[in-house]
Design a protein around this ligand. Structure first.
Ligand SMILES: NC(=O)C1=CN([C@@H]2O[C@H](COP(=O)(O)OP(=O)(O)OC[C@H]3O[C@@H](n4cnc5c(N)ncnc54)[C@H](O)[C@@H]3O)[C@@H](O)[C@H]2O)C=CC1
Ligand SMILES: O=C(O)C(=O)COP(=O)(O)O
Length: 527
């Protein structure tokens, strides 16, 4: 069956064309939440821009939904938590419109300084008012950039060409990084105090909502100019309207609003406020970039692969993928083997990364793959790297992850211990070459097992005859033994036997093996 994709905001044709090669695509813009809820159940993927509110209701109704793509940067219109809960990958296209938003910010700053929109409107009315539209120079003025990410940094570079002095605030960017760009990082209160023009380039999150408010505006320079081409709500519009009316703020340029379209905003009618209808990303080039990016990510996810810009799962940067991949493959197999060796209700899972594995760039990603390997076979709902941790937590399974230099004689080792209400079981594995990984111990017994195919694993008393009897039973039901390993701590005590077999073992044969005198436990697993 062909996949079905719904595009619910205007998306550049270049992206739609790519999608059509792979899936049935419906472009249906302007849907209400109810209409979206009613139709989303028919689709495997949903692609949006900022115009669609992808609420928990929409996500929960999307029974087939596997991917939500945002053709742009901000994902505040998508309930990513609800998507995570359902194991739906959310990805965006954060790089495609950076320059478009940057250039829009520059256009807004220059327009604000020289009253270009107001002067245009006046002249079009037949007026010729030159003194009314006296402007200010940006040269030598202090530009305060709040949020020094992709757009903030590009704005800084261009403002330097205007010979502005740049100060910036971003809690996640180091002084050194900013200094290399000739920018001074300052605390936020200092930025507010010193800047002649303030432009915001952060996401809208708890910490940034109304960060520009009556109180913070009072600390700013008289005649400050404010720009918001990031997200409505970072500036408190009511406070801005008051500050413009009182003359404290000389002007503001807004591309985004607390509510869009901004029908009730107190700032819209003010002469000193220039506005555009969320046009930051609206260039031909940016729209092509973001549409192509989400289309490709959508196809990749629906084909069982990964998305480049996942926002709700740990990401492995492309340059580290070759390093992490062999561990990820081993991890999933170890998780799958371990769950097949345990009985009872899972209570806790402990993962230890030893030796070189401890230095892997994203062990959290591998831990989620282990969880997927363990939980996917035993749960109704699909478990993937997006929701694995959430699913474990929801079921009260305690998860711990530790790293250690100790690798027990291997270069790297991953050990997983699972505790259920009935037993504790563990497996360890090691990657010896990119295409060669092994299970190196089970339940504390040394093994050397290539993790593919069928295995029969028993714990038994180390005494003559036990292994022979098991082998005879397998032979009788025509199951060929490809390899055998026995591990024990001391002669005559408990031993572990691992038989690799060429096909599945019938349940009756397993029952028979279980009854052999000396066998304590026996399990059949497929990895
Ligand atoms: N108007 C439009 O059409 C467009 C708007 N945007 C919006 O612009 C904003 C910035 O986008 P990008 O630069 O691509 O994102 P980015 O993720 O590259 O940069 C955001 C920066 O904000 C910083 N930040 C986070 N919390 C902060 C806080 N409390 N105080 C100061 N800085 C904080 C982060 O460390 C990061 O460096 C986003 O809100 C995005 O949605 C992006 C493209 C087009
Ligand atoms: O990418 C972003 O964050 C934007 O705000 C652009 O929004 P749009 O795709 O033009 O609706």
């Amino acid at each position: 069956m062909k996949y079905r994709v719904l595009v619910s905001d205007p998306l550049a044709e270049e992206g739609i064309e790519i999608l059509k090669e792979f899936a049935d695509v419906d472009v249906n813009t302007g849907l209400t939440e109810d209409q979206l809820v009613a139709s989303i159940g028919n689709y495997d993927a949903l692609l949006v821009r900022s115009g669609t509110e992808v609420t928990a209701r929409v996500i929960d109704a999307g029974e087939r939904l596997k991917f939500i793509g945002r053709a742009g940067a901000g994902v505040d219109n998508i309930d990513t938590e609800a998507a995570t809960r359902r194991g739906i990958i959310v990805a965006n296209a954060p790089e495609g419109n950076t320059l478009a938003a940057t250039e829009h910010t520059m256009a807004m700053m220059l327009s604000l300084a020289r009253n270009i929109p107001q002067a245009t409107a006046s002249l079009k009315k037949g007026e010729w008012k030159r003194s009314k539209f006296m402007g200010v120079e940006l040269n030598d003025k202090v530009l305060g950039i709040m949020g020094f990410g992709r757009i903030g940094r590009e704005v800084a570079k261009r403002a330097q060409a205007l010979e502005m002095k740049i100060i910036a605030y971003d809690p996640f960017i180091t002084q050194e990084r900013a200094a290399s760009l000739g920018v001074e990082m300052v605390p936020l209160d200092e930025l507010f105090r010193r800047a002649d023009v303030i432009t915001v380039h952060t996401p809208l999150i708890k910490e940034t909502r109304h960060v520009i408010n009556a109180k913070t505006i009072a600390t700013m320079k008289d005649g400050v100019r404010l720009i918001n081409c990031a997200r409505g709500g970072i500036i408190d519009e009511a406070a801005l309207a008051d500050a413009i009316t009182s003359g404290k703020v000389a002007g503001a340029a807004l591309d985004v609003f607390e509510s869009e379209p901004p029908t009730d905003s107190p700032v819209i009618g003010l002469d000193k406020v220039i506005i555009t209808p969320h046009l930051g990303a609206s260039t031909v080039e940016a729209q092509q970039n973001v549409a192509i990016s989400v289309a490709n990510q959508c196809i990749s996810v629906l084909s069982g692969g990964a998305a480049k810009y996942v926002v709700n799962a740990p990401m492995i940067p492309a340059e580290q993928q070759a390093l992490v991949e062999p561990y990820a493959v081993l991890a999933q197999k170890m998780g799958s083997l371990l769950i097949q060796l345990t009985d009872g209700r899972l209570e806790s899972i402990k993962v230890t990364y030893g030796g070189e594995a401890a230095a892997l760039p994203n062990t959290k990603f591998i831990t989620r793959i282990i969880l997927k390997g363990m939980l996917d076979p035993i749960l109704q709902a699909p478990v993937n790297i997006v929701n694995a941790e959430f699913v474990a937590k929801e079921r009260g399974i305690r998860l711990s992850e530790t790293t250690t230099e100790e690798a027990h004689g291997f270069r790297n080792i991953i050990s997983i211990t699972a505790k259920t209400d009935k037993m504790t079981e563990s497996v360890s594995g090691s990657v010896s070459a990119p295409d060669h990984a092994r299970i190196v111990s089970i339940g504390g017994y040394m093994t050397d097992l290539t993790p593919t195919g069928h295995v029969v694993i028993s714990r038994h008393t180390d005494k003559p005859g036990v292994i022979g009897k098991a082998a005879t039973i397998l032979g009788r039901v025509n199951v060929n033994i490809a390899g055998m390993q026995v591990g024990r701590h001391k002669p005559g005590e408990e031993a572990l036997m691992v038989l690799t077999v060429d096909s599945a073992v019938p349940a009756e044969a397993m029952d028979e093996i279980k009854k052999i005198d000396g066998i304590h436990t026996v399990k059949h697993a497929e990895i």
